[in-house]
Design a protein around this ligand. Structure first.
Ligand code: ATP
Ligand code: MG
Length: 423
């Protein structure tokens, strides 16, 4: 019975067994795909020092300003935060364990992230990301490889209708030049800025270009463009990324207003967007963050990465009519009587030795009621054991899906026979 006083935290979802099958399938697919590109798994804690995110993500970002679950450890007074994203933790771990300076690293992680946002479709307070980071790579080849990788995953998952948007944020000096011009321009139009933009005018003016406020669209589209300030190296880098995308037949659109929500990006940024999930259409986003490693205390090293929102990806698959796969089960073992139960246990364990997935009926009941459960399960066959079978040193085999005949099978070489019968 539901108990209204004990509910999950708003915006934090249970993933129930039926749906969890789809998650398991997704996680297997993703692991396979990442291993195909030589990425290795890394697992970081869910809780980090608050200072890490302030330093990595930036004080004047949505995440740090208003979305973090931060708290004081009541036992020792440490300031802690539930991770809102994985890149900062991943870089922290790599630096702490000195993984980076002998060899560049291709790493991935998956798991929960926490942001205090207004819950709505595709936007939750606990959500899941797959994060992919290439640390120690400077060239445009790795940026392009990450985009090409994504395209392969969409294909593998059967996802259509996602469009790629790319942009370059250039390097620090050109961003500084652009910033000055942008502030001067926005100051001239101060009366047209909304409250958020006013607040960001001097702290993070680039983010103003990213505004969703319709009343400001005209203003931001006429604003000075970062693209006009880029120096030769950054332009060549961007051009080289695009050349690889073209070689691989990957369609893209250059969106000069794509700036991303976090401070740490430079040069290449990209998003994969669908129109089929309403306003929450970005399923994957990333880019280059050459300054971050130094910013959180390491020797400077270039890097590039991206993160996918798992809930949004799965929503897209479900929208396309994908059903939850059922839990794999080969055999349902039905039994009655004390000796039969003994044999049933032995048979079940033997079949499991052979790698079959076996559900042994527990809790007693008539043959009829047990068979009903077997029929309702995902098993492809039932094995039925009663006194007659014990005497005959055999089991009764009954296909549940194929409509084949029930037959008695001797215990000798049972596993082999069952395997053949299931096929
Ligand atoms: P948005 O603009 O939708 O808020 P973001 O720029 O904050 O996204 P990132 O920090 O780049 O998102 O995270 C990468 C991906 O993680 C997003 O593209 C999205 O798919 C997913 N994501 C981010 N926030 C949430 C959330 N609150 N709930 C579900 N998925 C999310
Ligand atoms: Mg956000």
């Amino acid at each position: 019975m539901s108990n209204p006083t004990l509910q999950a935290v708003k915006g934090m979802n249970d993933i129930l067994p039926d749906e969890a099958q789809l998650w398991l399938w997704f996680e297997d697919t993703v692991r396979d795909w990442l291993e195909g590109y030589g990425y290795r798994n890394i697992r970081m804690p869910l809780v980090e020092p608050t200072a890490l995110f302030k330093r990595a993500i930036g004080e004047v970002t949505d995440i740090v300003e208003k979305e973090m679950y931060s708290f004081e450890d009541s036992l020792n007074g440490d300031q802690l935060t539930l991770r809102p994203e994985g890149t900062a933790s991943c870089v922290r771990a790599v630096l702490q364990h000195n993984l980076l300076y002998n060899a560049p690293q291709r790493l991935y992680y998956q798991g929960q992230m926490f942001r205090h946002e207004r819950p709505q479709k595709g936007r939750y307070r606990q959500f899941h990301q797959v994060g992919v980071e290439a640390l120690g790579f400077a060239g445009p080849d790795i940026d392009a490889e990450q985009i090409v990788m994504c395209a392969r995953l969409w294909k593998k998952l059967g996802i259509r209708d996602v469009a790629l948007q790319i942009n370059t944020l250039g390097d620090a000096a050109s961003r500084q030049r652009h910033r000055e011009k942008l502030i001067a321009y926005l100051e001239q139009h101060k009366e047209a800025l909304d409250a958020e933009a006013q607040r960001r005018l001097y702290s993070n003016p680039l983010r103003i270009l990213d505004t969703k406020n319709p009343a400001m669209q005209e203003l931001v589209s006429a604003a000075p463009k970062l693209m006009d300030e880029l120096d030769e190296d950054a332009l060549m880098h961007f051009e080289a990324v695009q050349a690889i995308l073209r070689q691989h037949g990957i369609a893209y659109e250059i969106n000069t207003r794509l700036v991303r929500g976090l401070d740490y990006y430079n040069r290449t940024v990209f998003e994969w967007v669908t129109t089929r999930l309403g306003a929450q259409g970005t399923i994957c986003a990333g880019g280059r963050f050459d300054g971050l490693i130094e910013q959180i205390g390491g020797k400077p090293a270039p890097a590039c990465g991206f993160a996918m929102g798992v809930e949004r990806l799965l929503a897209l698959l479900q929208e396309d009519g994908m059903q939850n796969p059922s839990a794999p089960l080969d055999v349902y073992v039905v039994h009655q009587g004390e000796q039969a139960q003994h044999l049933a246990w032995q048979v079940a364990e033997t079949l499991r030795d052979e790698g079959l997935k076996v559900l042994l009926h527990c809790g007693g009941g008539s043959f009829k009621s047990q068979m009903k459960k077997a029929d309702g399960s995902a098993a492809s066959c039932a094995i039925i054991i009663g006194d007659d079978e014990v005497l005959a040193n055999a089991v009764m085999f009954k296909p549940l899906r194929s409509g084949g005949e029930q037959q008695r099978v001797g215990l000798d070489g049972l596993q082999q026979k069952i395997r053949e019968l299931i096929k």
